[in-house]
Design a protein around this ligand. Sequence first.
Ligand code: NAP
Length: 254
Amino acid sequence: MNILMVGAGSMSESLVRGWIDSGIAPESITMTNRADRKRLSELANEHGVQIIEEESIESFDIVVLAMQPEGVLEYVKRHEWTNQLLVSVAAHITPDEIEQISGCGAVCAMPNTPVAFRTGMTGLWFGHQVAMEQKQLATELFLRVGEVVETDETTMPFLMAAAGCSPAFFYEIVGAMTPVLTEAGFEAQQARRIIAQAMKGSAELLLQDARPTDALIDDVAAPNGPTDRGVQVLRTHELKKIMRAALSESAREA
Ligand SMILES: NC(=O)c1ccc[n+]([C@@H]2O[C@H](COP(=O)([O-])OP(=O)(O)OC[C@H]3O[C@@H](n4cnc5c(N)ncnc54)[C@H](OP(=O)(O)O)[C@@H]3O)[C@@H](O)[C@H]2O)c1
């Protein structure tokens, strides 16, 4: 399986990092970009992938379009397609648009950067021309770097907001909590690790325990104890309303 990564930015590198860590041979991955040759050389040195300036599409089975959205359809138009599986990770593009131009099956994938550590969450929106084996291939590829959920035109914006945008929401929360610990005497990096590790453990618990979130809160919040009082502060300031508004806004934009 030969994979071409068109675009060598943070999303492309995160996927490549995760895929190599999952056992895909670096030599079977080729990366290209538009102009920044230095960046390509750095990626080749760091990950052992192939790099290329002028790609011939026919030598690849899977082509991942990992550039900014405005470049995607123009790139598809400029090339001859035989029977590649096209995977676009760009927002605002539909698989049907890509299929109409290329004549090949296309998948719009919405991963997030944790794919680098194989803890990603990817939404896959399959075009009408994607064959069953291609569907399986794309699903397996993204399962190597985290979890996968099938999306469509209606659900994709919400998946994108919940998985793609929400890491920034969590960083905002960590950024707000960290000073409380540094003011108490912890080093900044130590403070960040304490909060991040607590979030990581809580996320693990959420993945393992299907009970409603209120039941999980009850497990750790004795009435009028420190956790309960903290939770009451969040409720007084209507955190639920804020998070709902943030997610809805990101989904609207998506
Ligand atoms: N970052 C995320 O968390 C995230 C999450 C989900 C989806 N995405 C999507 O992933 C895509 C890339 O995001 P990013 O954050 O990695 O962007 P980025 O860091 O700006 O990187 C974009 C890359 O695309 C290359 N490029 C642009 N036009 C090209 C063309 N015509 N042919 C070949 N290469 C081209 C650029 O090359 P030069 O530098 O040489 O111009 C650069 O390597 C976007 O569509 C974004 O919506 C990103």
